[in-house]
Ligand binder design. Structure first.
Ligand code: GNR
Ligand code: NI
Length: 177
């Protein structure tokens, strides 16, 4: 197990389309395990493999409040191999999204409020589930990463430029001396 480095914009690898996983072998299990460790360390509620520079269709999610105070956080880790949206509602809902590859920047993104997703679990079993709420938002955000799409792509040009300007400011202010 290891915490891996999370790549950030404008790294061109974040624009790659990730390749499907064809067998859940030790390499995939080890990638998933490193992804959980990296996500918990960040901390974040989701991570796509491309964020640790692995262009494979692998996502991990744990919706626990990453900043829970006092006591041990209850961990509910979920791994999604080759996840896809098989149905999405017409109704959309805004959610204030962030991304570990666009550090400390947040903006409201509209997405379908309900989806039916299909994926393979770590045992190789194909699963299908209808979801809403934060899981629905997060899985759509992660599947976007697998297709080289960032949440800023879903903003108006004005809002996207505001986020990128604030990111530049944040980085300048936090540059190592
Ligand atoms: O940690 C994360 N929080 C988050 C909040 C709202 C919507 C999506 C997310 S995912 C993000 C981690 C990340 O960048 N995953 O790709
Ligand atoms: Ni992200």
């Amino acid at each position: 197990m290891a915490v891996r480095e999370i790549i950030e914009v404008p790294d061109p690898r974040l624009r790659e389309k990730s390749a499907p996983v064809d067998a859940i072998d030790d390499e995939v299990r080890s990638l998933v395990s490193d992804m959980f460790e990296t996500m918990y360390a960040a901390p974040g509620i989701g991570l796509a493999a491309i964020q640790v520079a692995e262009p494979r269709r692998v996502v991990v999610i744990d919706l626990q409040d990453p900043e829970v105070e006092g006591g041990e956080p209850v961990r509910r880790p979920r791994a999604f191999i080759n996840p896809e949206i098989v149905w999405a509602s017409d109704r959309t809902v805004p959610y204030n999204e962030g991304c570990l590859s666009i550090p400390e920047q947040y903006a409201e993104v509209d997405r379908p409020d309900r989806v039916r997703a299909r994926w393979t679990d770590l045992e190789g079993q194909v699963r299908e589930e209808e979801m809403d709420g934060l899981l629905c938002v997060c899985l759509q955000h992660e599947i976007d990463h697998l297709d080289g799409v960032l949440f800023t792509d879903r903003l108006s040009r004005l809002k996207r430029e505001m986020v990128m300007k604030k990111l530049a400011k944040y980085r300048a202010a936090n540059k190592a001396a």
